[in-house]
Design a protein around this ligand. Structure first.
Ligand code: RET
Length: 313
C-alpha cells in the first residue's frame, strides 16, 4: 500500500450520520478532520510531557502535574472524536444562509463532545488556577459549580434551534462573568497574601486564562449560535484556543510552580511513608537519610488545616 497516497477517510466512515432522515449539510471537510487530528496529537504529546515531568518531583508535590495532564488527556480523546467526525449531531440553524456557500444548508453539524470535554476540563483548569492562589476550598467549589453552569447552558443552547438558544447563552455569560470576577479579583487577593512569587505565577496564568476564555463565547456566537463561519473555520478557532488554554496554559503553570512549595498554598499532602497526623512517630529510611523529602512531625501533621507559609522544613 502506498502510504503517501492514503487520505483521511473519517468523513466517509463516520460522516453519514442522519438526523430525522437528513444528513448535516453544514459539516467539516477532510481538512477540518485533519486539523482536529493534529490538535489531538498536540494534546497527546502534552499529556506525556506533563505526566513525565511529574516524576521529577516527589509524590507529595505533583498535584499540579496530575491535574494538568488529566486536562490534556481528556482533550486528546475529545479531539480524536471530532477528527473522526463523531460526537456530533445535526441541528437546524436559527439563521439559514442560502447565499453564503460556506454555511449554506439546513443542518449544521454541532459537536456536543466539545462540551463533554469542557465540563470535565474547565473546572480542572480553574482548580489549577485557584489552588495556585491558595483560595479556600468553599470558594473554589462554588466557582467550579458556576463554571459547570456556563458549559451546560452553552451545550443546551447549541442544540436549540429557535432564538431561545440565546437565552441559554445569556445565562452562560452571566455565569462566566462570575467566574471572571473570582479569578481577577478574589483569587488575586489570596495569591497576593501568600507571597510575591505566587502572586506573579498566578497573575501570568490568570490573565492568560481570562483573555482566552473571553474568546470562547465569541466563537460560539459565530458557530453554534449565529451559523456565520463554516465548521472547518470553527475547528481552527476552537482548536487554536484550546491549544492556548490547555497545553500552553499548563506549561506556564507548571513552570511557575517550580519553586513553590504546595504547603505554602495550604496543600499538605502526605506520602504513604509520612507519619500519620496524630499517629505514632515512625522513622523511615528516607527520614534517616534526610534526602530533602518533606516529613511533618506528629505535631506538624495536626496543623494541616492551617494555610499559608506555616510549615515545611
Ligand atoms: C459558552 C457559551 C455560553 C456562554 C459562554 C461560553 C464560554 C465558554 C468557555 C469555554 C472555555 C473552554 C476552555 C476549553 C479548554 O480547552 C459555553 C461558549 C461564556 C469560556 C478553556
Amino acid at each position: 500500500m502506498d502510504l503517501t497516497k492514503r487520505e483521511n477517510n473519517a468523513i466517509q466512515a463516520n460522516g453519514n450520520h442522519f438526523v430525522n432522515g437528513a444528513r448535516s449539510d453544514i459539516a467539516i471537510t477532510p481538512h477540518g478532520s485533519d486539523w482536529y487530528f493534529t490538535v489531538c496529537a498536540v494534546m497527546i504529546v502534552s499529556s506525556f510531557a506533563f505526566a513525565g515531568l511529574s516524576f521529577t518531583k516527589p509524590r507529595s508535590h505533583r498535584i499540579f502535574h496530575y491535574i494538568t495532564a488529566a486536562i490534556t488527556m481528556v482533550a486528546a480523546i475529545a479531539y480524536f472524536t471530532m477528527g473522526a467526525d463523531l460526537g456530533e449531531t445535526g441541528i437546524q440553524p436559527e439563521f439559514i444562509r442560502p447565499n453564503n456557500h460556506l454555511v449554506a444548508g439546513n443542518l449544521r453539524e454541532i459537536f456536543y463532545v466539545r462540551y463533554i470535554d469542557w465540563v470535565i476540563t474547565t473546572p480542572l483548569l480553574l482548580l489549577d488556577l485557584l489552588l495556585t492562589a491558595g483560595m479556600p476550598w468553599p470558594t473554589i467549589l462554588y466557582t467550579l459549580l458556576i463554571d459547570e453552569i456556563m458549559i451546560i447552558t452553552g451545550l443546551v443552547g447549541s442544540l436549540v434551534t429557535s432564538s431561545y438558544k440565546w437565552g441559554y447563552y445569556v445565562f452562560g455569560c452571566i455565569a462566566f462573568f462570575w467566574v471572571a470576577y473570582t479569578v481577577t479579583w478574589t483569587a488575586r487577593k489570596h495569591a497576593m497574601a501568600v507571597g510575591p512569587d505566587v502572586h506573579k505565577t498566578y497573575l501570568i496564568c490568570g490573565v492568560w486564562t481570562i483573555f482566552l476564555w473571553f474568546l470562547y463565547p465569541i466563537a460560539w456566537g459565530l458557530c453554534e449560535g449565529g451559523n456565520v463561519i463554516s465548521p472547518d473555520s470553527e475547528a481552527v478557532f476552537y482548536g487554536v484556543l484550546d491549544i492556548m488554554a490547555k497545553p500552553v496554559f499548563g506549561a506556564l503553570l507548571i513552570w511557575g510552580h517550580r519553586g513553590i512549595e504546595p504547603a505554602r498554598l495550604g496543600l499538605h499532602i502526605r506520602d504513604y511513608d509520612d507519619p500519620m497526623p496524630g499517629g505514632l512517630e515512625r522513622k523511615t529510611e528516607k527520614d534517616l537519610a534526610g534526602n530533602g523529602h518533606h516529613h511533618h512531625g506528629v505535631t506538624d501533621g495536626n496543623t494541616a488545616t492551617t494555610t499559608g507559609a506555616s510549615t515545611t522544613v
